[in-house]
Every structure is written in structure tokens, then in C-alpha cells.
Write a protein that binds this ligand. Sequence first.
Ligand code: ADP
Ligand code: ADP
Length: 234
Amino acid sequence: MSLVIAKDLTKIYRAGDVEVPAIRGADFVIEPASFVAFVGPSGSGKSTLLNMIGCLDHPTAGTLTVLDTDIATLGRRAAAEFRGKYIGFIFQDFNLVPVLTAYENIEYPLIMVQKWPEARRREQVRRLLDAVGMSAQADKRPDQLSGGQKQRVAVARALVSNARLVLADEPTANLDHDTAYRIIELMKKMRDEFGTTFVFSTHDPKIMAEAEVTFTLEDGIVLSRRNHEEAAHA
Ligand code: ADP
Ligand code: ADP
């Protein structure tokens, strides 16, 4: 069973009398444990698509099924619960809490959303800190970390609740070229290790090449799907 199934998925924003079609009849599936990129220029609909997959926004028409759930049926409260249970988020500006250490930022969802007991939290946070190579910086606050280190913490935080799906909107946009590659490689390693599906967006064709499955977006239309492994053997 596919993890995400979009059928004729459509999103139209209404601003007064003006209608802005942001996603126009998209059809695609995302398989479990895949490593997927949505690629397109600014304004092509990447954020809109990720927001719908993340149950942050409802489709205008068509259907979007995430983990067997038609997301249009989820109210605000149910959507929040669904996200907390199954979906992790990574942002281009990291979105770490400035007054908390790396350790505390990763622990935060386990306290606020999951309400795990302390001993179990400690074990899980240490495991994630180790997985992303940040154990030595556990007690540093975000302003004491580089951009790449901040994004490593954010990757750990996205995974800490054992999410099935991680959505990353332009996760490398604020990183230099080499650091960007390392973050993508880290996400791929986490996919291998935890079996988590990763879906990220980028406007950078070089970063796109690191994905196994690529969907190209142009003006709200999902144009193509390319599997790099298939392409390599063609
Ligand atoms: P993103 O990081 O999602 O590509 P940007 O940070 O470039 O978006 O721009 C922020 C927002 O401004 C976008 O989400 C979009 O709503 C709007 N925007 C930017 N560029 C365009 C454009 N060329 N056409 C339409 N809207 C745009
Ligand atoms: P991207 O992430 O690729 O930059 P977006 O999904 O942010 O693209 O935007 C897609 C289109 O939807 C753009 O034309 C943008 O201007 C428009 N858009 C995005 N968010 C809104 C909004 N809240 N209200 C109206 N139009 C929006």
C-alpha cells in the first residue's frame, strides 16, 4: 500500500475575488521508505503540496490519502494528532527554539506532544543525537551551532517521535553547497536506518539529483516522475 496517494489533487487559493490555482489536478503516489524530491521554481506549488501532505492545509478538490487516511476527513484537532503521531517536519530556516539546547530541542516533541516518561525520552534523544552525529554538541544552543549543525538537530527532532513520513520544505535553501549535500546524505542515511519516508522540496537541480524519485512541478502541474535508479539502468 502506497504511503501517499494523490488523485486529481487540486488547490486553489482565494484572495478576495481572485482565484490562484496552486496545484492543478496532480496524480502521484509515494511509496514507503522512498526518498522523494519535488522540484520546481519559486511559486510552482512545492510548499502548497507539502502542506497538504502534512495535513496543514486541505485540498480544494481531488483526494489525498496519507497512511490510509483521506486527509480531507480530518478536522483541525484530528489533523494535529495525526501529524504528531506520523509526520515530522524540517524547515529551511531550521525553526529551532533559541533558548533550548540541541538536546532539549530534540526532546521537545516527546514532552509537548507525546508525553513520554523521562527515562524513555533520554534514551531516544541520545539515540537520535548519535544518529545525526551531534552528541558532542548536545548542550549547545542554536546560536552556538553552524547552519548544517542546526539542520542536523532539526532532522533528529523530525524523527524523534518515530515518524513514518518526514516532510522537508527546502531543507538546504539556507546552506552552502557542500553542507547542503551532507544534509541530504544524512536524510538518506536516516531513511536507510529507520525506514522513514523522506519527501523534500528544492529549487536546486543539483540537489534534486540526490533523490531516488523526482516529481517536477511547473505552475502547479506535476510534470514528470523520474526514478534515478531506473534511469541509470536504461
Ligand atoms: P519557496 O521557498 O517556497 O520557494 P519563496 O521563499 O521563494 O518560496 O517565496 C515565498 C512565497 O512567495 C512563496 O511561497 C510564494 O507564495 C510567493 N512567491 C515567490 N515567488 C513567486 C512567484 N514567482 N510567483 C508567485 N508567487 C511567488
Ligand atoms: P513554492 O513553494 O514552489 O514556492 P507555493 O506553494 O508557495 O510555491 O505557491 C504556489 C502558488 O500559490 C504561487 O502562485 C503562490 O503565490 C500561491 N500561494 C501560496 N500561498 C498562498 C496563499 N496563502 N494565498 C494565496 N496564494 C498563495
